[in-house]
Design a protein around this ligand. Structure first.
Ligand SMILES: O=C(CO)[C@@H](O)[C@H](O)COP(=O)(O)O
Length: 223
């Protein structure tokens, strides 16, 4: 079923404990782990991630925007993160990353920057629980959604196995949600669209219902 993973990095990070307590009903929570090298921003270190995991029962997914993803697998798995995703652009041997995550009993994924073709992840289709298609330039906060991701999304949906969940991440909001779902997304990561709204919990529920409605229409049109 269509899902939303709100990105904690867009929340009020000075009140992180209160934010976590307020997130009633969230099915996922997205952790952008940004190292200041792969991307310019620096987000959460392991101490904060361990603290977040202790404070909430919401299943956590980590999007590693770092140069050395292999170093994060064991600490994230031990902290209880359920899904660990790294950028194919920095992995010399993506299959080793994916099997290392699986050895910890966690779900494993790859992420693609907007400029990176689907061909880069095709050889690993059999190991992929998740694909994150970044839909803005990852490095610059506030850059808009790039519609070019929709073609990549349709291509990925055709090429990947059905069990592989495809999420779109970056600049997604109410106005482009339908196009993302129609092109085949199983889920989206939302930063500003949820945490930049007046009431993140209400907004999350509304957008989730909207997305699930679009998904239902898409799937019934496909039959
Ligand atoms: O990591 C990324 C982009 O690289 C995302 O998680 C964005 O941070 C999501 O934020 P919005 O674009 O939805 O505000």
């Amino acid at each position: 079923m269509f899902t939303i993973s709100p990105s904690l990095y867009s929340a009020d990070l000075l009140n992180i404990r209160q934010v976590l307590r307020s997130l009633e009903g969230f099915e996922h929570l997205h952790l952008d782990v940004d190292d200041g090298n792969f991307v310019r921003g620096i987000s959460f270190g392991m101490d904060v991630i361990e603290g977040v995991a202790e404070c909430t029962d919401i299943p956590l997914d980590a999007h590693l925007e770092v140069l050395n993803p292999m170093d994060y697998v064991a600490p994230l798995a031990r902290a209880g993160v359920e899904l660990i995703c790294a950028h194919v652009e920095v992995l010399d041997f993506p299959s080793l990353f994916l099997s290392s995550v699986h050895r910890y009993g966690k779900k494993a994924g790859l992420a693609l920057n907007i400029k990176t073709p689907i061909a880069y992840i095709e050889p690993y289709a059999d190991q992929l629980d998740q694909l994150i298609l970044v839909s803005c330039e990852a490095d610059v906060d506030g850059l808009p959604f790039r519609r070019g991701v929709l073609k990549k999304l349709s291509e990925a949906r055709l090429k990947l196995e059905e069990h592989t969940k495809i999420w779109v991440d970056g600049g997604v909001n109410k106005s482009n949600l339908r196009s993302v779902v129609d092109a085949g997304a199983d889920g989206v990561v939302l930063g500003r669209a949820v945490f930049g709204s007046e009431n993140p919990v209400d907004t999350y529920v509304q957008l989730l219902e909207l997305g699930r409605g679009y998904e239902k229409e898409r799937d019934s049109n496909a039959v």
